[in-house]
Design a protein around this ligand. Structure first.
Ligand code: 0L1
Ligand code: MG
Length: 268
């Protein structure tokens, strides 16, 4: 059962969903949604995101998983927010390892290195814990998320970001899948390279002290959306470092201790 406390009418949710969908599909920057709807709250943001997901499913996109966002202090400070968020991932957002992403399809793309979880059991809120997440994890793999806020000059707030599906745009999984037994995800180091230069580095603990905490948070938000996380879901736990802007010609490699590396490059 959906337990969102929304203020927007159904018509306004549909209107905002269409506005975000248009911005995503046409790679067009828009103003933050709270300019027109200043009273909009986070639950309204999720109502718009839910409508967007339903619309994409109607259009034949397949839901492959979810992402936790704004889960590290670095990301929260970079974006001026203090609460994490979630977004959905579809097959159309998946990029093969070492693939090439066309920047002209995006507004202002940036990359983050993340630890991704593949689940082997269903998970359900409201009180999902990191321990339950680890017990339901088939394996973890390194990933790069390509986020793309559709808001002009990154001028947004949490409500608008959530409605814009947490800036989700593309994701790449790669490296070496590893069972979580015997791995300390808090101390796994990650280095992000752009064009051969190290531009960011960090460790798993940057993500809510443990990346599995971010997945548990995600499952608990899903409960509010009336959803569970089915076995076989791919879940990105959130950027370990601040996000790094990319442009045509750039190539990016995220190297993880124990998990190998994952890469992607960018063209016009
Ligand atoms: O993946 C995320 O951390 C979501 C970021 C949302 C805001 C942004 O576009 O940076
Ligand atoms: Mg992210």
């Amino acid at each position: 059962m959906i337990s969102l406390e929304t203020t927007l009418s159904r018509e306004d949710v549909v209107r905002l969903c269409e506005r975000v969908e248009g911005a995503q599909k046409e790679a067009r920057a828009i103003t933050k949604l709270t300019e027109e709807y200043p009273a909009m709250n986070m639950d309204d943001g999720y109502a718009v995101q839910n409508a967007l997901r339903a619309r994409f499913m109607e259009q034949g996109h397949k839901l492959v998983g979810w992402k936790a966002g704004l889960t590290s202090k670095a990301k929260m400070q970079q974006m001026g927010v203090d609460v994490p968020s979630i977004g959905f991932l579809t097959d159309k957002m998946a990029v093969p390892e070492n693939g090439v992403v066309s920047v002209s399809e995006l507004v202002h793309p940036r990359v983050e290195c993340e630890i991704a979880f593949m689940t082997s059991k269903d998970l359900q809120g409201p009180n999902c814990t990191a321990e339950q997440v680890l017990a339901a994890t088939a394996y973890v793999i390194p990933a790069i998320e390509i986020i793309d806020s559709r808001f002009q000059k990154f001028s947004f707030d949490l409500q608008s970001v959530i409605a814009d599906n947490g800036s989700s745009a593309r994701f790449v999984g790669g490296g070496r899948p590893r069972y979580v037994e015997g791995l300390d995800l808090r101390t796994i180091g990650a280095v992000l390279e752009k064009n051969g230069e190290i531009v960011e580095m960090g460790a798993g603990a940057a993500v809510m002290n443990h990346p599995a905490e971010a997945v548990a948070m995600l499952v608990n938000i899903l409960h509010k959306l009336g959803e569970t996380l089915p076995a076989g879901s791919f879940v990105m736990s959130g950027g370990i470092t601040a996000a790094v802007a990319v442009e045509p010609g750039d190539s990016v490699v995220a190297r993880f201790q124990h998990l190998g590396s994952v890469s992607v490059s960018f063209k016009e």
